[in-house]
Design a protein around this ligand. Structure first.
Ligand code: ADP
Ligand code: MG
Length: 157
C-alpha cells in the first residue's frame, strides 16, 4: 500500500500520469487490467484519470462520464488496445452493468479499465484490481491510497 498526499489538482494529475506509465510497464495478465477508484464527489478521481489518460498517450479531453456511464479510448500501445473509463455514481444495482457489456470488457486482456465509484459494483470486480482510494484532507489536500501497485511516491515528491 502506498499513501500519497497531493496539494493541488496538478499533483493529482501527475500521480495519475505516473501510475499510467507503471501500468503500461506491467506484464499482461489473463484478463483486463482494472483500477478501482473510490472517494466522495470532488475527491479527485476524474482529475487523477485525466493524468492517467495522458500517461497512456491519449490526447482527448477526459470528462467524468457520470451521465453516460462509460467512455472508450483506443490506445496506440503494443500491449493494450483500449482504455475504458466507467463512472458508477448512478449505478444502483450491479446488474445495470450488463447493458454496458461490462463482463466482455473485463475479459479482454488488452483492455485497461478504470472505474470511478467502484465500490458500488464491488461484487463483480476482479479480486486482482488495483484499488485507489481518495480522501479530502485539509483545504486542497487529497490523501490518495494505492493498493496492489509498486511505489510511485518517490517520483512525485
Ligand atoms: P471526483 O471525480 O472524485 O468527483 P474531480 O476530480 O472531478 O473529483 O474533482 C476534484 C475537484 O477538486 C476539482 O475541482 C479540483 O480542481 C479540486 N481539487 C483541489 N485540490 C485537489 C487535489 N489535490 N487533487 C485533485 N483535485 C483537487
Ligand atoms: Mg468523477
Amino acid at each position: 500500500m502506498e499513501k500519497v498526499i497531493t496539494i493541488n489538482s496538478e499533483e493529482t494529475e501527475k500521480l495519475g500520469f505516473l501510475t499510467a506509465k507503471k501500468v503500461l510497464a506491467l506484464a499482461y495478465s489473463e484478463k483486463a487490467l482494472v483500477l478501482a477508484l473510490d472517494g466522495e464527489l470532488g475527491a479527485g478521481k476524474t482529475t487523477f484519470l485525466k493524468g492517467f489518460a495522458k500517461g497512456l498517450g491519449i490526447n482527448k479531453k477526459i470528462q467524468s462520464p457520470t451521465f453516460i456511464l462509460m467512455n472508450r479510448f483506443p490506445l496506440k500501445d503494443k500491449k493494450f488496445a483500449n482504455f475504458y473509463h466507467f463512472d458508477c455514481y448512478r449505478i444502483e444495482n450491479e446488474k445495470e452493468m450488463d447493458c454496458l457489456d461490462f463482463n466482455d470488457v473485463l475479459d479482454k486482456k488488452t483492455n485497461i479499465v478504470c472505474i470511478e465509484w467502484a465500490s458500488k459494483i464491488k461484487n463483480i470486480l476482479p479480486k486482482k484490481a488495483i484499488n485507489i482510494d481518495f480522501k479530502v484532507g485539509n483545504g486542497n489536500e487529497r490523501v490518495i491510497m494505492i493498493k496492489n501497485l509498486c511505489q510511485t511516491k518517490k517520483i512525485i515528491s
